[in-house]
Unconditional design. Sequence first.
Length: 562
Amino acid sequence: MVDQATERRLAGDWRGACAAANVDVTFDLAGIANAHGAAVATALEDDLCNFAPDLLRWHLPRLERGRTTIVPDQVMVLGRPGEASDTPYLYLQTPRWMVHGPQRLRLRVGPVDHQDTYLETDWAYSAFWRDVVQDWSSSRHLWDVRHADDLRERCGGDKARAPFFHGDGTPRRAEELPAADPGSADPASLTEWVTLLHERGEVEAAFAAVGIDLDAAPLEVEPYHVVDRVDPLDVLARMPLALTRVEAEIRRLAASVGTDRFWLPYRQYAALLFETGGSEVGLRVRVVPFEMGSEPADTVLPEACWRRLPDLDLLRDGFPPERLHPLVREALFPSRAVPGVPVAPSDPEPPQPTRVRCRGEWHEVSFRDGALHIPHSAQEQQRESAMRAFGGAVAGCFAVRHAWTSGTGRLPKALRDQRRELFSRVQHGDLPGVLRLLDAGVDPRVRDGRRRTLLHLLHLLDPGVDPAHRLRHLLGRLLAAGLDIDARDEDQRTPLFSAICGDGSVALVHALLTAGARIDLTGEIHGRPVSLHRLIDWLDRDDLDFITDRIEREHPELTEEE
């Protein structure tokens, strides 16, 4: 993605760069010129010609617990090409409300609706705040190639190096790190010192070292909450704060948006408030009560303004600089030699044979001709299948193949990694990568931990435009391999149900119906069965009225209770 988007951007094709980075452009410059004037359209085009959608995707906030998926329902304001109050914003929308949904982004021009934020909790995965507007207009280094080199200083470094590293990207040894406050004349060393204080739990000392006024008084909350008080020191100790940069970033943002109060949602009952005064008054931080609909300030403090650069934390933990986005690597380590390899492997690794303990011996299982091959005769396999059908336990090679095709049971580490590689590429819309893995022999009958087949996840690979011949080819290939068009996952959802629920295109829905998908099967949402008729109505999918019309004609009993 990075290579393709960069190539198209350098060729002057900003739309092609967006397409390569799975960013849907929802406007045309001619329409902008007609509505807002040629000057606005020209300024917007100038920004778009320097827009690196792959760099923006790299920097977008991810969900907690180590997931790679982007936080849904966020609006990233990139800029405003004009001074008039009615000048539209250039902004980006992250995926719609679905933790497991497609990772496609939408680039828009128009007014920004500052909706009320609210907390979405998913006990199995993470919690995130929906309908959050994050203003990146003062953080162009995250998406504008003209400012990409600013990253080193914006993350707490200086002209020579990034914190915790030399200019060539080699880590600084423990004895090279500061043992006392180095002062503001050495920004990189100061960032190291303050970060180490914070990581040791010395929160008040870290704030004091950068002159931030911290109100550490605990906040008493209403007794109906799970907790009865919030300790600011406990909250701030767990946040990856960029303390040496947060005041400068807030002042920069304040000059752009015209306010000096920013808030950060923490829980349903508490928020962090950041306030700046005049040039003589420093930054003040405190925890304040919070209720939905009564935010303590007008503007949410973007994650880019308060969070340590995740890349630096990864690098400190051993992540190789060569795997960074090229623009990020060049900004952080200007004196590092340019690698002779791509930023990441452009092709997935072909699956390798895996050793399995079976019947007291080591057997080798491998992918061959699109199936997981086990070294047992047809008679042995038939006997094991019969044993499992009568409730008997299977082990060894047979248990491995059952785990692969059912999504239940344990897989050897190598096969777990192979499955994770396949489903990760599906999650991020890498259709060519998925096809290459299948061409290399990976068994397409695999199910993930939620018992979803590749048919259930076709909407993640859906480009959203009609038609995509490679996606149709994949659908036919999966059906030819024996996948059930009406297979159920752990939520009793069929591939058709998943496609509709996952915002799949009309073209994909038509393709599934043509392949024989049933319209009378229900799926579960929050443990309750829901018909396709009700699902389409809930999601306001007017583009799928042809399905509800069919259900009303062919299965009227499914609409009676609704």
